[in-house]
Design a protein around this ligand. Sequence first.
Ligand SMILES: O=C(O)c1ccccc1N[C@@H]1O[C@H](COP(=O)(O)O)[C@@H](O)[C@H]1O
Length: 220
Amino acid sequence: MTIKAKICGIRDDDTARIAIDSGANMLGFISFPKSPRHLDIDQMAQLIANATTYTLHKGYDVKGVSVLVDPDDTLLEAIVTRARPHLIQLHGHETLERVRHIRDRFKTPLIKAISVETRADVLNAAPYESVVDHLLFDAKPPKDATLPGGVGARFDWTLMEGYPAKAPWLLAGGLTPWNVAEAVSQAKAPMVDVSSGVERAPGLKDPSLISQFLKAVKAI
Ligand SMILES: O=C(O)c1ccccc1N[C@@H]1O[C@H](COP(=O)(O)O)[C@@H](O)[C@H]1O
């Protein structure tokens, strides 16, 4: 089965192109000031526009994802109208009702991140499946973490065993070029997502690590 991949936390055109040329299916662009990968809306808009132009020119179909954490409607309106992402990833504590409101008002395909520590966290995500287009299962960050994701935290991938998916889903959290094959094997994930695992420093994507990660995914 072909495993798809998202490279998250893209901050420049060169990195976007390397990820696209190396086979990424989605690129994540983050708007969260505490993140070392944070972009303002104009930066995000330019990066998504340039990546979209590049991917169409190359005949690929790579989607630009805006990653947000508990966004209010003002931020969502600005993101949707100015950055125009293909999808929005909600990586905060957004309730089912909040996600339903965002879907109905902003009419942009949604990824909802689910924070996982136990099997119950996985199964309790079920109500979101009928509201969003993708679920993203990411490790619950350590208590002292300043970010809800992007910290390289892993969860026990076997917790996904037998997960009765009713929506496409991504596995995230602490993935690297060296563990992604094992992660997919244990979790039976159809798609993976990585941020810190392809960086040489927080927020500094490493082209070689991106290429190695995507090569490892292709080899699964
Ligand atoms: O990457 C970030 O800085 C970030 C900030 C706020 C919310 C989500 C963020 N990243 C997401 O977290 C997962 C896992 O990250 P990692 O691979 O463990 O570093 C990443 O795939 C993003 O979707």
